[in-house]
Design a protein around this ligand. Structure first.
Ligand code: ADP
Ligand code: TYD
Length: 203
């Protein structure tokens, strides 16, 4: 049995991940892939409970990082690894790059601590490809505000927080040896989809 591929989508809140994920999942399924679509934090019953806490409860930044990785451990054990082992592809809305960007870049938690958690929780498991939907923080914020719903604990952060998150993503990309593909997410939805189609075709 050929192992499946693990694809993750990253970006600031409001970059358009949820929008593009729906389209990308459909595109992959039409291409004949058996696909598991999931998200972080979340993806399991326990992970979704941790997500509710993470998005609402004030907490120490290290607690936040530990809960993100606790949810991830469960997600890998219960969903991601079994799916990849049976040959399914996994399309995940956020993964560990988000921890380096948000807890590392945004909150200022040291990379050494995050790298230790990464090693403990996922061993050699890394996404085969990560698509980073890149957008200026201000434009992403306008999109989030435009949705007219209550903002969660992360979405209420200041512009400077999201500037740091974006920079951390770009640093991850530079060090990723091609794993992370940057897609300009400031453009229209069809323009972005055209580029995603090309990326998938050459993957
Ligand atoms: P995310 O999941 O990254 O937070 P969403 O997909 O929920 O982002 O998109 C946030 C808002 O921006 C939604 O109202 C969505 O319809 C809108 N949106 C998404 N992509 C674009 C785009 N390329 N151009 C304009 N608006 C967009
Ligand atoms: P998500 O549902 O992807 O947010 P949105 O759809 O609004 O973009 O993720 C929820 C929040 O969790 C998001 O603000 C980023 C944050 N997050 C982290 O801070 N660290 C992590 O490791 C992950 C996976 C998410």
């Amino acid at each position: 049995m050929t192992r499946g591929k693990f694809i993750t989508l990253e970006g600031l809140d409001g970059a358009g991940k949820s929008t593009q994920l729906i389209w990308l999942a459909e595109h992959l399924r039409q291409g004949g892939r058996s696909l598991v679509q999931t998200r972080e934090p979340g993806g399991t019953p326990l992970g979704e409970k941790l997500r509710t806490l993470l998005l609402a409860e004030p907490m120490h930044l290290e607690t936040e990082a530990l809960l993100m990785f606790a949810a991830r451990r469960e997600h890998i054990a219960v969903v991601i690894e079994p799916a990849l082992a049976r040959g399914d592809w996994v399309l995940c809305d956020r993964f560990t790059d988000a921890s380096f960007a948000y807890q590392g870049g945004g909150r200022g938690l040291g990379c050494d601590k995050l790298a230790a958690l990464e090693q403990w929780v996922q061993g050699d498991l890394q996404p085969d490809m990560t698509i980073f939907l890149d957008i200026p923080a201000e434009q992403a914020h306008q999109r989030v505000v435009g949705m007219n719903r209550e903002l969660d604990r992360f979405e209420r952060e200041q512009a400077a927080f999201f500037e740091r998150v974006r920079l951390a993503y770009l640093e991850r990309e530079a060090a990723s040896m091609g794993r992370i593909r940057i897609v300009n997410a400031s453009r229209s939805i069809p323009e972005i989809q055209k580029e995603l189609e090309k990326i998938i075709a050459t993957f």
